[in-house]
Design a protein around this ligand. Sequence first.
Ligand SMILES: Nc1ncnc2c1ncn2[C@@H]1O[C@H](COP(=O)(O)OP(=O)(O)OP(=O)(O)O)[C@@H](O)[C@H]1O
Length: 473
Amino acid sequence: MVFVGRKNELASLEAQYNSNRFELAIVYGRRRVGKTYLLNHFLAAHEGAYMVGLESGASNNLEALSQAVYRATGMVKTGQLQSTLPAFSTISAALTHLFEYSLNHRVVFIIDEYPYLAESIPSVSSELQALVDAYKDRSQLMLILCGSSMSFMENQVLGHKSPLYGRRTAQYKIKPFTYIEAHQMVPHLSYEDSAIAFGLTGGVAEYLSYFRDGDSLDESIISLFFTPTGRLVDEPSSLLKQELREPRQYNAILSAIAKGASRNNEIATKVDMTTGALNNYLKSLIDLQIIEKIHPVGSTSNKSIYAIKDFMYTFWYRFVEPNQGAIENFNGNLVYTQYVKPMLSHFMGPVFETMAEQYVQARIHCGTVPFLPQEMGHWWGTDSRTRQQVEIDLVALADIQKDPNAGPVRHLLVGECKWKNNPIGLDVLVSLKDKARVLHGEPYYWLFSKRGFGFIEDNERVELIDLPMMYEI
Ligand SMILES: Nc1ncnc2c1ncn2[C@@H]1O[C@H](COP(=O)(O)OP(=O)(O)OP(=O)(O)O)[C@@H](O)[C@H]1O
């Protein structure tokens, strides 16, 4: 299978490797996002070993660690997973052996699922800390600790309460693929279908790898989400069970948000909780990056709302969970064609806005934007002239001061995103220009359309961007 994306991460890992000094890299990110795949790809080009922390007792973990130390230190051939050598007597003995070896050898050592190892042998972080402190100036070890329990990695490995705090030399938060990378995972799909696959999977590598070459988009969606044995039919709820203690409450909260509740009190009413109690749950969901708290771009007002960040959860709570009975007992095919397919365009609205944001990021990267935005996102508020509610899909802004004697000038890039089956007309541009007046600045207007445009515009302040342009950047 082709290796997609992760150019920056690989370049930084390579740079760390080339330092020839002690390095401690922390790699973390949501489940199934591609951490292990990245690390194995990196390790394939270097001397070293990889182990996985086990959700099991201390002796099994010590055995796994010992075998990996034997491989890393050349006592067992790479590729040979198990040796007849007995496990080290303690974790400290195993790790000391590794650090001693690293005094004369550049060696990579990866501990995946580090939280499991640390749960089963709680002293491991302080053992590591002591060894790092004793050897770091002479060792050539490149140690990589990886985990998907975000709260554990963020609080207990990176956080100030961890014995390892301050010892890391780099940290990598592995993110889901962008829509462009997602397309490389499903090159057999058209741009339009690939964008839908990006939305349904939230850009998560493993889920994208389930879309089989010979299957159409509809066939893949039905077999993954709408058949009782489908690989994604239960995925979000089983992830919640792994990460959180009271999955039922979280299920109810996510379901309420996926179906449109966005303000704290609205969600609280839907799930029958006080807003105080709800806040703790919302915080955990933000930590897990399943939801996010957003406010209108450029605004300091407290108009924040909660939104699902991971589109796979939106899709699942809106279309799969409510139909689980029918999928189990009747025909998932019909559920999809009757209830889901007609609503896909609606589901794609916010996905397309995220794609537009990623497109602007890509243009920033290429240096082909009219100005460098300081902030970017969605905007909503009231137009004081008309007292009407206004929403703008995409706003990027920068306050730029060119003259020290005058105030800064607000530069704006305002975007409207239409996932519609017809080319969009001039009326969309006219209405965007009207809405943008509420932001008081100098706007550039970028229109994004799935099916192109029914007009031509020759104006340096306007860009008309269709799907092929978004993919062929
Ligand atoms: N960069 C990539 N290019 C192509 N495919 C990838 C890439 N990253 C991940 N994948 C696919 O996604 C699958 C899952 O990735 P991986 O096991 O690395 O995820 P993970 O983040 O380690 O998951 P977990 O936390 O659940 O262990 C891989 O087996 C592979 O099929």
